[in-house]
Design a protein around this ligand. Structure first.
Ligand code: SF4
Ligand code: SF4
Ligand code: SF4
Length: 324
């Protein structure tokens, strides 16, 4: 077909209509909501007010996950990790202020705090991983890592709002390490090692719904009253008695980033314990909304381009004669 003035005008109008249509369709963002927790989700309740800082959980975590000790003193006599790292996936840290005389008190007090993977309901690490090396189990909700699939991009490291995934920079075959809720132990019918060994029940394993009920029960008790606390697993008959601490009115992980399967209780504000104040909407929900919008915006221009190519091809003259 020859490129006539009439054909040119037709093509231009058709192309313009496609562009206009594409622009109109691509403008609205396809926002997605936070994902919801699987009904059978399992997790941990860590109660800072019950923790005595013995670090039995750190040792048990090492023994059950083949990680090597870390030394932070010159003598190198004790395993003293200061934070999670390429060698340490569970750590107990200490808060101290003023005279540090009173446990679980913000002023002139001290407290212990656990740091390990939160097993987010809508995990950023899973959303960011381009090859699905980070996965969330649809039943247990455990966020796991498959080294065989990992390409070492470390997007998960950058994406996690809690700074959890760690890249092993100092090994010949580096990989990511993070808590996987001892899924290998759970596959054998055991509970996570940190909950198994905790002498006070500060780290407690169980279904997240039951852990949340237990957290609510504790927070509703009057401080200084005496109650029983389960060890190892929520609802277990392995109990011990203790005075109830003065909890702050906040269950960390109940809402942060769309919720997490590790819940935390404390007597000191969580920001002071190293846990950031985070919004309810997960980063994954936000970033995937943006991605979908961008991809939508790319697919539609591709359709526009295709339309223009089609129109142009139809209008390219196959001989040099012009009607006009
Ligand atoms: S084992 Fe229990 S009490 Fe000991 S440091 Fe760990 S959480 Fe705290
Ligand atoms: S805490 Fe970080 S590593 Fe753990 S599930 Fe959430 S985003 Fe992933
Ligand atoms: S669940 Fe297992 S891997 Fe995770 S912190 Fe506890 S012991 Fe370590």
């Amino acid at each position: 077909m020859a490129l006539t003035r009439r054909n040119f005008i037709k093509g231009a109008v058709a192309g313009g209509a496609v562009v206009a249509g594409a622009t109109a369709v691509s403008t609205p963002a396809c926002a997605r909501e936070n994902k919801t927790m699987p009904p059978m989700a399992v997790g941990l309740l860590y109660d800072s007010t019950l923790c005595v800082g013995c670090k039995a959980c750190v040792k048990a975590c090492r023994d059950n996950n083949d990680t090597q000790p870390e030394f932070s003193t010159e003598e190198k006599l004790w395993d003293t990790p200061l934070d999670i790292s390429g060698r340490t996936i569970n750590v107990i840290k200490m808060y101290a202020e003023g005279t540090s005389d009173h446990k679980d008190q913000e002023r002139n007090g001290f407290a212990f705090i656990k740091k390990s993977c939160m097993h987010c309901v809508d995990p950023s690490c899973v959303s960011a991983c381009p090859v699905q090396a980070m996965r969330k189990n649809p039943e247990s909700g455990i966020v796991s890592y498959e080294p065989a699939d990992c390409i070492g991009c470390r997007y998960c490291v950058a994406a996690c709002p809690f700074g959890v995934p760690q890249f092993q920079y100092d090994t010949a075959t580096p990989r990511i390490i993070k808590c996987q809720l001892c899924r290998h132990r759970q596959a054998e019918g055991k509970i996570p090692a940190c909950a198994e060994v905790c002498p006070t029940g500060a780290t407690l394993f169980g279904p997240v719904t039951a852990l949340k009920e237990e957290a609510d029960r504790r927070r509703a008790l009057p401080s200084e009253s005496v109650t029983t606390f389960a060890r190892k697993t929520v609802g277990s008959t392995d109990l011990h008695e203790k005075k109830v601490a003065n909890y702050i009115p906040h269950i960390y992980g109940e809402r942060e980033m769309g919720g997490t399967q590790m819940l935390l209780l404390a007597g000191v504000p969580f920001e002071k314990l190293g846990y950031p104040a985070l919004r309810d909407r997960s980063y994954a929900a936000s970033s995937e909304t943006i991605q979908h919008t961008l991809y939508g915006g790319m697919i539609l221009p591709a359709a526009v381009l295709g339309g223009l190519v089609y129109v142009a091809k139809k209008n390219v003259p196959n001989h040099h004669s012009e009607e006009d």
